[in-house]
Design a protein around this ligand. Sequence first.
Ligand SMILES: [Fe+2]
Length: 359
Amino acid sequence: MHFYMPVRVFDERDCVLRHAKDIARLGKKALIVTGKSSSRKNGSLDDVMAALEAEHVEHLLFSEVEENPSTETVLRARDLFSDSGIDLVIGVGGGSALDAAKAVALVLKHPGADLSYLYDATKDASALPVVCVPTTCGTGSEVTGVSVLTRHDKRTKISMVHKIFPVLALVDGKYLKNAPAELIVNTSVDALAHLYESVLNAKADDYTRMTASAGLRCWAKTKEILTKERTASQEDLDLLMRSSLLAGMSIAQSGTSLPHALSYALTYDLALPHGKAVGIFLPAFLKAAPEAERDELLQLAGFSGLAEFAAFIGGLFGGTEVPEEERRRTFEMVAGNAAKMKSASFPVDEKVLETIAFG
Ligand SMILES: [Fe+2]
């Protein structure tokens, strides 16, 4: 068994400001990598800038990260900043910004690195230090080495082969306070998918189950936020962030499985948010899993069984139409990927995959 979690995590109120010195220790000139607007609205960008200014760390801003960031965006940051003397990269935002930050930290470390570098496992994977400040509650990217990038040339999303773990994760539920309800739903279902796919995974072990069980217990307490049965307290927002982080620790050990594999083409072709594209396949994935383990996992998240879970997901995402030909395309892509077909903890042949892909 193997457990690797090299990220220093602070999960507490105002941790960006409180740990300004920990950021400053990592570099003298930071590149902040973020999206176009949300980090300005939720206060995270102001906090990061204030922390850097308090410690006299120079900083530049790259705020062009789009949802599902493309390799083109990563290479654009390389072109803009490779001669700027950047020695630290700070990702601020949702999974898109954090994943982009890791890839940018890699290409800035290796001048001349191009698209092929991101996908060539024989290349040096060292990168500039990365700090992550998550502002959504699904990705867990702040504690994983994974960077999922859109490949327009392949019409899907593909993880970079290099694992770039952040050095520091600064996690504060306050950044979720004004997040749109739909964003909370989508990202929180992504976190749930990470928890389930990491455990129902060929690579799962007792360490994965440790982080996933803790994550599911946190997640269970926030269910009624997603169904709008009550509004979120500050404690709920902290729990949403924490379940996402624990889910990230789980997938950092074992990876994801079939719902994620099936989701990528849907996100590309239908522009479905990641969490929704994954969530669509989640009930059928659990249905295909061994009954005793599935029921135990469902109970940890506060569900009495599969029927209640399917109704819950249906209530969140009901009405989302996925055309038959789209399900066919993603089914065929995954069926042809031997590694993905072996990623679940239970045997999956084309017949089983069909039940998951077509629901
Ligand atoms: Fe995900």
